[in-house]
Design a protein around this ligand. Sequence first.
Ligand code: RP5
Length: 183
Amino acid sequence: MIPDSSGGPSSGSDHDDRPTLETPLVGIIMGSKSDLKIMSAAADLLRQFGIPYEITLVSPHRTPHRMVEYAESARKRGLRVLIAGGGGAAHLPGMVAAFTTIPIIGVPINSTLSVQGLDSILSMIQMPAGVPVATVGIDSATNAAVLAIQMLALNNARLADALEKYRITLKDRVMRTIEELRK
Ligand code: RP5
């Protein structure tokens, strides 16, 4: 029975195989607790948009069977998109993509100071044809969440409107800075 932790509007609900209105739509997974400081930004944004999500650890190297179970059960449990973060030899997004056909957004994490995330991004970006991982920039968990929301907004007018408003807040922030610099 995966996962361990849910967030957003569905927080605290039990999980079974029947999707409900409270069923998490986005799964945020990562290889290690040390990734959480980066990956929590994705959860923050999904919460802001009122999207039910779950967040948990799935290590491709330390808990490989859990990874397979998570990926194989994801669609059946109602998840529509997965955000998968990993550092170093970041095999999680690619291996999860091998076991499910729901979209995977990969977040390369800068966990090895020596190469500053280059190892992670190279581990996930060049997938074989037919098994893609939509890889965002190093440590770009917020962009991963935005992409997930954009996918969900394709057939959800409320989310499409919320995305328009989000873009306006980004623009307003820049305009405020421009005004401050003028002073
Ligand atoms: C990867 O190894 C994880 O995604 C993490 O970024 C990195 C280091 O893991 P820890 O040694 O901090 O648990 O699998």
